[in-house]
Design a protein around this ligand. Structure first.
Ligand code: HEM
Length: 232
């Protein structure tokens, strides 16, 4: 089972993700864009459009106007997710010279920031899930894929936190494993056997494959639709 999850699935995950993204972006590209024809009032210039899209993607002002409570949960979720994504760079590689130059104890820093971010994001996801279940009008428009995405993310967070707060997880194991994985030179000795890691990585791969076909793709759609809205 470990061999399938750690030595076969990662290549399949990349293939499904890339093919799915290409297909999704191509279908957006081909969709007629009536907003692009706006002549009056004059469309905004490209600099104003750029900053408009940037503001929308960093601070979600439209959501803030529409639903303040959802804005809080959603913004906290995305901000901590961004922090965790940056932190995950150390799962794949490390920069000991950079930390030494900056005088930073990277292990301690990531233990504190990763630990805090991991707890905050888990609370945010539980609240997002609770919102879908408890508010009638939200429940009505929620489908199975909406719940599936949240439950999958929650399971990834719980297993990630278990690694962070449980027995020390040695990141040199993942450095060796991923460097062999990307150079197509995997040896069975390099496969991490920590069950929490195997489950976490398995669920993360499911999520990555699911992204192009799900509403999680809204992060790509925002650049298309917001460009049109900002220009109009
Ligand atoms: C390629 C996919 C991924 C790999 C290989 C991976 C690997 C890891 C590892 C090894 C840790 C333990 C770090 C430590 O204790 O020092 C960890 C922690 C964590 N992971 Fe992941 N992960 C992946 C994807 C994700 C995703 C998609 C999410 C969120 C949706 C996530 C959320 C977390 C959280 C919340 C923690 C605990 C806090 C932290 O250490 O940052 N992971 N992950």
């Amino acid at each position: 089972m470990n061999i399938i999850i750690l030595a076969v699935l990662p290549y399949l995950t990349i293939a499904v993700f890339v093919a799915g993204m290409v297909f999704r972006i191509y279908s957006w590209w081909k969709t007629p864009q009536p907003g692009a024809l706006t002549l009056f009032p004059a469309p905004k210039g490209s600099t104003a459009t750029f900053f408009g899209v940037l503001k929308e993607s960093l601070f979600f002002p439209s959501l803030f106007k529409g639903d303040k409570a959802l804005w809080v949960f959603a913004w906290v979720f995305h901000a901590t997710l961004a922090l965790i994504a940056i932190g995950h760079v150390r799962v794949f590689t490390d920069f000991p010279r950079l930390w030494a130059t900056l005088g930073i104890n990277a292990d301690r820093m990531s233990a504190v920031s990763g630990g805090i971010a991991g707890v905050i994001i888990t609370v945010a996801v539980i609240l997002l899930l609770f919102r879908r279940i408890s508010i009638g009008r939200v429940r009505e428009i929620s489908g199975l894929p909406d719940y599936l995405a949240l439950v999958l993310i929650l399971a990834i967070l719980v297993t990630g936190n278990a690694m962070r707060f449980g027995e020390h997880f040695d990141l040199t194991l993942t450095h060796t494993y991923f460097s062999q994985l990307v150079t197509f030179s995997l040896s069975t000795a390099a496969l991490p056997s920590n069950p929490m890691f195997v489950i976490h990585f398995f669920l993360a791969q499911l999520l990555i494959m699911f992204i192009p076909f799900s509403k999680i793709m809204h992060f790509g759609g925002i650049f298309f639709t917001q460009t049109l809205i900002q220009r109009a």
